[in-house]
Design a binder for this molecule. Structure first.
Ligand code: ZN
Length: 273
């Protein structure tokens, strides 16, 4: 079953590559059909088989012989492995569908931010809607909504609790990121956080709830600081070099889909003794 998920992930990854290339350029992902990004020649189906075609063509376009970006096989392999991992950990139900959809969106955002410094609304806005919708189908773990209802003294049905958690998470985390971005802009006069980052974090909170969204934020900052310090030391680049924070957040969220529960449980064990 995991190999079936892997094969499906290869196809999905192939589509994600098209999204990564076209959405930041404001192009449609449906038409025209696949073409070489260098010479615009149409790609035949037998040259468009995920991973395999890249290997058989030795990483070059059949028409113009120019190098095919390594991102293509990388995204295909990454998506396939992620889908296999989703199947192994979540099975094949609604929960798996939610994890696979979120992971696919995060892979697109990781690469569009890395290559274009853009986090397309096509992903983030639809992601917020999808996350809220899924909260009705798969209950979110307890978080801010539980505390809220506890204070008010109500005992809501599970679906309402989950929906509230998703909506509150999106608003709360989007709001916090927005305020941090504004404060940073006032202090340093440059954009440290884009509007895309705000929507990305709101999307993650809508999908995962407030506890895991907080974990994503902390992990993302930790990763950005680590990689940032190393690259500054290596390249002697100034601190003002804009690092694509959205890529770190996407990476952190991908890890959290699979390891979030384990990390949070370990944390609570540690705190509560
Ligand atoms: Zn070509």
């Amino acid at each position: 079953m995991t190999s079936l998920a892997f094969a499906f992930g290869l196809l999905a990854g192939s589509f994600l590559n098209v999204c990564i290339h076209r959405w930041p350029r404001e192009q449609s992902v449906i038409s025209p059909r696949s073409r070489c990004t260098k010479c615009s020649a149409g790609i035949a189906w037998y040259d468009n088989i995920p991973l395999l075609s890249y290997v058989l063509l030795l990483g070059r376009c059949r028409q113009c012989s120019q190098v095919i970006a390594r991102r293509y096989p990388l995204v295909e392999f990454l998506t396939a492995s992620t889908y296999a991992l989703v199947a192994a950990t979540h099975g094949f139900g609604l929960e798996a569908a939610r994890a696979a959809l979120l992971a696919s969106m995060l892979i697109v955002l990781f690469f569009t931010d890395l290559e274009h410094m853009k986090l397309p609304d096509q992903v983030t806005i639809s992601g917020i809607v999808a996350g809220v919708t899924f909260s009705l189908l798969v209950p979110l773990p307890s978080g801010v909504a539980d505390v809220g209802f506890l204070v008010v003294g109500g005992y809501p049905p599970a679906w309402l609790l989950s929906l509230t958690e998703s909506l509150a998470g999106a608003i709360l985390f989007g709001g916090i990121l927005y305020l941090i971005g504004e404060a940073y802009y006032r202090l340093r006069g440059i954009d440290g956080l884009g509007r895309g980052d705000v929507k990305l974090v709101a999307m993650v909170a809508a999908f995962l709830g407030t506890s895991e969204a907080l974990l994503v934020l902390l992990l993302g900052c930790l990763l950005a600081t680590l990689v940032g310090s190393v690259s500054v030391a290596v390249k002697r680049a100034g601190w003002r070099t804009p690092l694509p924070f959205g890529s770190y957040l996407s990476g952190a969220a991908l890890v959290t889909i699979f390891a979030g529960d384990a990390i949070l449980n370990r944390y609570w064990e540690f705190v509560l003794g």
